[in-house]
Design a protein around this ligand. Structure first.
Ligand code: GDP
Length: 363
């Protein structure tokens, strides 16, 4: 049975200071528990949409202690820079090595056509590194830096997707698991959120964008779990808000945003989908890794092997690739010789059978 948050956990406000990945051991082998989990999350979206705040709220950590925010003039000159920050979080003896790759500068330029290339290149580079490590000698201790999930932040202020969102997701969907999120959901009313969600989902469908498909439940699955998955599926794109301040509401400490008219509680499911997003991430961490391995990485690997092109700046890797391609050629040569021998044997057996039939007829 799959692990999951119970519905009561799902609808209650989680204890501040608890992320929930302690549930991970149920998902995989005990050995992995000892070794710890590795997960890489990428966050993409225009600057100012609340990416850093959300990531810090999700993992209750400060991933960007020395962050400097450039002004408009600097932004104009800057290209998209990718910054990977790794933290090791431990919860109830379970270690998670979490890497968050931020993409500052995305969508900041006047012409954003170049915004994509640095991100796509980064994703490919991680696959390339994994491919090289896999064909190396020390295969057991590969550090997996491949992007397992990408939160794509959509602005709450538009009327749906922007051309930049459509174009980028189209280029990205065959490389990573995209999870679309509506940023700063506290800026919208419930009705507006529903309208925006439907519009975004329609546009995603119309443009043939393939976002991460939450896997269907087996019919023998626990009813609570089935309900939870249904609710998660219905919530996509997750409308979230983030905050890193703890406020006191009705005697309870909550993570929230204080406005003159009240408090938006980040972890209150009536206020936003933050808990749903976190539940989705935690309960599907293994599936996200599997889809990355079996679909996206396999696509990359077969593409690379089919092309067999020397990638600039990756001489060693290419050498490894050439070696593996050569061994593939050798294997196919062996197969051919075997097939020829089998055919010859069959011919001889047929001849023998014909001769025996003739002798019997003569007798
Ligand atoms: P990033 O550039 O995408 O990483 O955005 P930041 O996390 O730095 O946030 C930019 C600004 O938006 C900051 O002033 C945050 O306090 C604010 N902010 C972050 N999350 C939210 C949110 O959910 N709702 C609202 N209204 N503001 C937010």
């Amino acid at each position: 049975m799959c692990p999951f948050y119970s519905i009561s956990q799902f609808s209650n406000i989680e204890t501040p200071g608890y992320v929930g990945f302690a549930n991970l051991p149920n998902q995989v082998h005990r050995k992995s528990v000892k070794k710890g989990f590795e997960f890489t999350l990428m966050v993409v979206g225009e600057s100012g949409l609340g990416k850093s705040t959300l990531v810090n709220s999700l993992f209750l950590t400060d991933l960007y202690p020395e962050r400097v925010i450039p002004d408009a003039i600097e932004k104009q000159k800057q290209t998209v820079k990718l910054e990977a920050s790794t933290v090791e979080i431990e919860e109830r003896g379970v270690k998670l090595r979490l890497t968050v790759v931020d993409t500052p500068g995305f969508g900041d330029a006047i012409d954003n056509s170049d915004s994509f290339s640095a991100i796509l290149e980064y994703i490919d580079d991680q696959y390339e590194r994994f491919l090289r490590d896999e064909s190396g000698l020390n295969r057991r201790n590969i550090v997996d830096n491949r992007i397992h999930c990408c939160f794509y932040f959509i602005s709450p202020f538009g009327h749906g997707l922007k051309p930049l969102d459509v174009e980028f997701m189209k280029q990205l969907h065959s490389k990573v698991n995209i999870v679309p999120v509506i940023a700063k959901a506290d800026c919208l009313t419930k009705k507006e959120i529903q309208r925006l969600k439907s519009r975004i989902m329609k546009e995603i469908e119309d443009h043939g964008i393939k976002i991460y498909p939450l896997p269907d439940c087996d019919s023998d699955e626990d009813e609570d779990f089935q309900l939870q998955v249904k609710q998660l599926k219905e919530a996509v794109p997750f409308a979230v808000c983030g905050a890193n301040t703890l406020l006191e509401v009705k005697g309870k400490k909550v993570r929230g945003r204080l406005y003159p008219w009240g408090v938006v509680e980040v972890e209150n499911p009536d206020h936003c989908d933050f808990i749903k997003l976190r539940t989705m991430l935690i309960t599907h961490m293994q599936d996200l890794q599997e889809v990355t391995q079996e679909v996206h990485y396999e696509n990359y690997r077969s593409d690379r092997l089919a092309k067999g092109i020397k990638k600039p700046g990756h001489n060693k890797e290419s050498e490894n690739l050439i070696v593996s391609q050569n061994s593939a050629i050798i294997t196919s040569d062996k197969d051919r010789i075997l097939q020829e021998k089998e055919a010859e044997l069959r011919r001889m057996q047929e001849m023998l059978a014909q001769m025996q039939a003739k002798i019997q007829a003569q007798q």
